[in-house]
Each structure stands twice: as structure tokens, then as C-alpha cells.
Design a protein around this ligand. Structure first.
Ligand code: ATP
Length: 373
């Protein structure tokens, strides 16, 4: 089932009287979540991820705009009539009920022609439990389960009504690092097997990058970019997206386009016919975009090397750098021999790892270089 958001906006009254005005948690969202895909809503705290999910589930009503499931307008439908399965950060299982009863609970309340017999319910519970691989644990109470197992029960409970849409709000936050990794793979597997259109809220870019078919990057209630994870990384539309994705973070510099060259400070680091008009910009370079080169145009002060086996991190400095640390982090193959006692390190840049942004709007300025990629 595809989900269509049409000019969707949610405003909350601002409780801070001094600030006045409304909080715009979601601003004019106008995009489609394709059928059968796992889509991640990604962005910093307060960017509107949970609000978007709550609008889709029906827990919140939009201020403006519409939501469609397939061709059906569900904007005015109550949550229980939308056919969504919800999983939250806290598993919220009933402690006094067994796993089996917890999963069965949503089926007990079905009414009219949706009402199920005891046998049908037992069958559905078994199928859902099998899918999340807890069918051996049905007789236990939640307190007798690990965090990861509890979250699986919560997922089974969301799946038992065979929803058309599955909504997951930070479902891995309460798990330790190892369980997070394992459970996110599980979620991917379950989603692939069921092919349920799934929206997954996270502020963790690794989580979103590793399991989602598509990522929606959000900031201050505004959708910045929606694309495949690798495309968001390789082709960010603005400075925020470039800076938000990637560990180590992208390196950001004050730059200037002039006479067909891109300058960082005095160094003309790239050439392109499109760098003509005199213009101040931000230049952002991924850590893997630096090539150590004794004759390279980008002259940096070497601070230190961090050897990581296969790779080497070169920590250097340049007057144009805007990173919080004031340092540039580049990652190169360990085959590159850098003299750790040298005071200077010179680089040439891989053009497709360099992004240029307008200084005012922070939107991407695209360019071609003569030697291509
Ligand atoms: P987090 O990652 O911290 O959970 P989020 O991206 O999910 O954040 P939301 O919870 O959707 O963000 O909140 C978006 C904005 O709307 C925030 O500025 C928040 O303070 C505001 N907001 C959310 N719910 C309400 C509410 N009921 N009343 C007033 N403001 C609200």
C-alpha cells in the first residue's frame, strides 16, 4: 500500500508566550512512500519525525493537507480504522500477560465481520510469532524476556492484524549496541518477507542507511531530501544533508569560485568551466575525497596520523576549514606513505567527493570537471 502525503502540515500552539506564533512541526510535506518499501525518516531531535508518523497513524490530526493510503483518503479516519501497526521505542507490553496473550490482544477487540474465532486467533498469533522468531517463548511473561525479545513481541503484536502499513518509532533505542544491530537486521528481514509498507523513525544515520530502501532527511519540519541511502550520501541537495550524513563527518570550508577555479584560501583546489562568476561558497569534501599528492594544489598543515590498519586517517589543518574541531579529517588507503614528521601534507581532490554550496541559500551548486570522475 503506497502512502501519499499531500501538502501535509502540522502546527502546534507555542506554549512559550514570549516566542509567540505556532511551532510548525511538519511543513508542507508533499511526497509519496512507495508500496512495499522500508522508508526511514531521519533527522535531528525536534525535526518532526514522530509528528509525521503520528499523522500517518492518525494519532495526530493535520492542520492542513491530506493523507492517502493507496487511493483512499484516510485523513479523517480514526487510528483503529486505518489498518496500521504501530511499534514504539518503549515496548509497552502488558506485564501480567504471557507473550501469547500480548500478541493476541489486538485481535480480541475486533468487531463485526472482522471478528475472529479462537482457532483463527491462535493461527494468527502463531504466524506472527514465527515471523519474529519468538514462537518458542509464547508461554513466558515479558519480564522473562531480553530487551530484543520484548521488542519482537511488540512487532508481532503490530503485525498480528496484518496491517497495510507498519510504523516504527525509534524501535531500537532501548536496546544495547549489539542487540540494535541484530534487531535492525531482523526488521529488514521481516519487512522483506511481509512486504508491508513500513515507515521507520530514527535519528541514527547508520540505522537508516543500513536497512532503508529510501531515506527522508528532515530539518525543522521541512523535508530536505528523499532518495536511496547511497544517493543521499553521494548527491546531497544542500549543506545540511551533506553535513548530516557520513561518519567521519564531511569537511566544510569557506570557498570562492573565480576564473574557472574553486579556491579554498589561496589554494585553487579544482578547475571547472562552471566556476566562472566571482562567488563565495561553501566547499564540502568527504573524508575519502582527499588524495595525498606531493604536487597537489591543496596545502594543509599536518597535525597527526591515525593508523587504522587498512586505512589511515590524516588529521590536518587549513585556514579555510569550518569544522567544529578546526581540523580536517581525511581517510586514505594505508598504502599511502605519509611522513608523520612532515609539517605539510598536500592533496589533490576527487571531484565527485567535493560538493559546492551557495553561501546564502546553502543549496548545491553543481559542476563538471574536465577530467570527469
Ligand atoms: P525526537 O527525535 O527528539 O523524538 P522528532 O523529530 O520526533 O524529535 P517531534 O516530536 O515530531 O520531533 O517534534 C517536532 C516539533 O514539534 C518539536 O519542536 C516539538 O517541540 C514540537 N511538538 C511536538 N509535539 C508537540 C505538542 N504536542 N505541542 C507542542 N509542540 C509539540
Amino acid at each position: 500500500m503506497k502512502i501519499v502525503l499531500q501538502h501535509l502540515t502540522k502546527k502546534f500552539p507555542n506554549r512559550n508566550k514570549k516566542q509567540g506564533g505556532d511551532v510548525i512541526a511538519v511543513s508542507d510535506f508533499d511526497f509519496e512512500i512507495p508500496d512495499g518499501k522500508l522508508v526511514g525518516l531521519l533527522g535531528p531531535s525536534g525535526c518532526g519525525k514522530s509528528t509525521t508518523l503520528n499523522l500517518i497513524s492518525g494519532l495526530e490530526k493535520p492542520t492542513e493537507g491530506k493523507i492517502f493510503f493507496g487511493d483512499e483518503d484516510v485523513t479523517d479516519l480514526q487510528p483503529q480504522d486505518r489498518g496500521v501497526g504501530l511499534v514504539f521505542q518503549s515496548y509497552a507490553l502488558y506485564p501480567h500477560l504471557t507473550v501469547e496473550k500480548n500478541i493476541r490482544f489486538p485481535l480480541e477487540n475486533l468487531k463485526g465481520d472482522k471478528k475472529l474465532s479462537k482457532e483463527e486467533m491462535a493461527e494468527r498469533v502463531k504466524t506472527a510469532a514465527k515471523l519474529v522468531q519468538i514462537d518458542e517463548l509464547l508461554e513466558r511473561k515479558p519480564s522473562e524476556l531480553s530487551g530484543g525479545q520484548q521488542q519482537r513481541v511488540a512487532i508481532a503484536r503490530a503485525l498480528v492484524k496484518t496491517p497495510g502499513v507498519l510504523l516504527l518509532d525509534e524501535p531500537l533505542s532501548n536496546l544495547d549496541a549489539r542487540l540494535r544491530l541484530k534487531t535492525r537486521e531482523e526488521i529488514r528481514r521481516i519487512q522483506r518477507e511481509t512486504k508491508i509498507t513500513t515507515v521507520f523513525v530514527t535519528h541514527d544515520q547508520d540505522e537508516a542507511m543500513s536497512i532503508c530502501d529510501l531515506i527522508v532527511v528532515m530539518k525543522d519540519g521541512i523535508m530536505m531530501q528523499m532518495a536511496k541511502p547511497q544517493d543521499v550520501y553521494d548527491d546531497p541537495v544542500n549543506l545540511f544533508v551533506a553535513g548530516f550524513l557520513g561518519t567521519p563527518a564531511i569537511n566544510i570550508f569557506e570557498g570562492k569560485m573565480k576564473d574557472g577555479r574553486l579556491f579554498i584560501g589561496e589554494d585553487a583546489v579544482l578547475e571547472s568551466d562552471e566556476f566562472q562568476n566571482d562567488r563565495d561558497v561553501y566547499a564540502a569534501i568527504r573524508p575519502e575525497g582527499f588524495r595525498p599528492d606531493d604536487n597537489g594544489p591543496f596545502k594543509c598543515r599536518l597535525e597527526r596520523l591515525e593508523v587504522m590498519g587498512r586505512d589511515v586517517s590524516i588529521i590536518s589543518a587549513h585556514d579555510g576549514v569550518l569544522n567544529d574541531t578546526g581540523l580536517i579529517r581525511s581517510i586514505v588507503d594505508a598504502d599511502n606513505r605519509i611522513d608523520p614528521d612532515s609539517r605539510e601534507v598536500r592533496f589533490s581532490l576527487k571531484p565527485h567527493k567535493v560538493f559546492v554550496f551557495d553561501k546564502e541559500t546553502e543549496e548545491r551548486i553543481r559542476f563538471e570537471v574536465a577530467d570527469g570522475r
